[in-house]
Design a protein around this ligand. Structure first.
Ligand code: NDP
Ligand code: MG
Length: 384
């Protein structure tokens, strides 16, 4: 029996890498569902190649436009309702959640209610709704396998030994501004900031890497995925990007996972776990890696790291507000309405004003509402 895979966000960086992995894995997998936001040209080409049962487009208008270009057995749906319909009705063993940003909250929540595997690339949904998502998964038996390279590394290092975990070392390349002084940030062109030295990713996560909010978000992601306190998660700058993270056990032993920086490795692992299948990708050439270096992050230069820690310590709806404020601030930066250095300032203002009244027993409605308010506030600050 072929394993059935639904890829939500199939037109993005993770989505296209996942389809590449699945093409190479051959006959064991079958793609049954795909979704795009606005790139309907690409999703219809993907549909003609993989012949899924469902395709979701970002809006009804886009769905109407692609209908005639899809294979006859493919049903087209649209928007958030369409994503919900795919999760509810599309035959699936694995849901790869590769939509970017908080738009993934609803599909992730629907998917974890099912007793299926979730290959989780998106981080914003888990960060916004961590306790709710983990509780739903525990109830349904859904298996969450992280795709984010650091969390995949941690997951791999922990196999069978989770109870002995005492510390996580979350590594990060440092992003495109690692060696640029903060005073120069605003004079660097956006297109240069959008060129990450080690990873080719979507625009939002690339800007998050430059502000280091990506690492801040990953602290929260690790906190929920592995049930460890935020104070037990250290960030290490590791510019070579060969070690993808490390775990320390109670006895002081440390395990690390190493590989070339290529997202197809953690994507494939999340699909084939617990098996390790062959891959055409390069191995690490240790004779060419001159050194593996580490340094602590510069918290003054990259205040987003501390903002993320503040939000996860506050709990409740604060991580949702953080995520939403970041998403909106990054959008405004990409639209040209704020400077790079203003991104953390906007987020700081939003989370400082955030009224975190309900700390436990949160519903998805509370989380979506907090996110909506934080986005409105961030946008108002950016455009005032
Ligand atoms: P991209 O921007 O490349 O792709 C995002 C995907 O989501 C596209 O398919 C896009 O559709 C779709 N999408 C965006 N907004 C919406 C929306 N409102 N409704 C429906 N679909 C939408 O992002 P990445 O692939 O880089 O990242 C995806 C997720 O994975 C992010 O959460 C990121 O943090 C995480 N991640 C990514 C890594 C990477 O290497 N890229 C590494 C680790 C984690 P379309 O393009 O058709 O509009
Ligand atoms: Mg990562």
């Amino acid at each position: 029996m072929k394993k059935k895979v639904v890829i939500l966000g199939s037109t993005g960086s993770i989505g296209t890498n996942a389809l590449d992995v699945l093409s190479r894995l051959g006959g064991e997998f079958e793609v049954t569902g795909l979704s795009a936001g606005s790139n309907i040209g690409l999703v219809s080409a993907q549909a003609r190649k993989f012949r899924p049962k469902f395709v979701c487009a970002g809006t009804k208008e886009l769905a109407y436009k692609i209908k005639s270009s899809l294979p006859s057995g493919t049903k087209v749906v649209a928007g958030t309702g369409g994503l919900k319909e795919i999760v509810a009705s599309c035959p699936a063993d694995i849901f790869l959640i590769a939509i970017s940003g908080t738009a993934a909250i609803i599909p992730l929540v629907e998917a974890v209610k099912k007793n299926k595997r979730i290959a989780l690339a998106n981080k914003e949904a888990l960060i916004s709704a961590g306790p709710v998502v983990m509780e739903l998964a525990a109830k349904s038996g859904a298996e969450i396998i992280p795709v984010d390279s650091e969390h995949s590394a941690i997951f791999q290092c922990l196999e069978g030994k989770r109870e002995y975990l005492s510390r996580i070392y979350l590594t990060g390349s440092g992003g495109p501004l690692l060696d640029v002084s903060a005073a120069k940030f605003d004079s660097i062109a956006r297109r240069r900031i959008l060129k990450h030295p080690k990873w080719k990713m979507g625009r939002k996560i690339t800007i998050d890497s430059a502000t280091m909010m990506n690492k801040g978000l990953e602290i929260i992601e690790a906190r929920y995925l592995f049930g460890i306190g935020e104070d037990k998660i250290d960030v290490l700058i590791h510019p070579e990007a060969i070690i993808h993270s490390m775990v320390e056990f109670a006895d002081g032993a440390v395990l690390a996972q190493l590989a070339v920086p290529d997202m197809r490795i953690p994507i494939q692992y999340a699909l084939t776990y617990p098996a390790r299948k062959g891959s055409h990708l390069k191995s690490v050439d240790f004779t060419k890696v001159k050194a593996l270096s580490f340094r602590p992050p510069d918290g003054k230069k990259f205040p987003c790291l501390e903002l993320a820690r503040r939000a996860v310590r506050a709990g409740g709806t604060s991580p949702a507000a953080l995520c939403a404020a970041d998403e909106e601030a990054v959008r405004c930066y990409l639209e040209g309405s704020i400077k790079f250095s203003e991104i953390p300032e906007v987020i700081e203002k939003v989370i400082s004003r955030h009224k975190n009244t309900k700390k436990t027993g949160l519903s998805i409605g509370d989380i979506l509402d907090a996110g909506r308010r934080a986005k409105e506030e961030a946008r108002a600050i950016c455009y005032h």
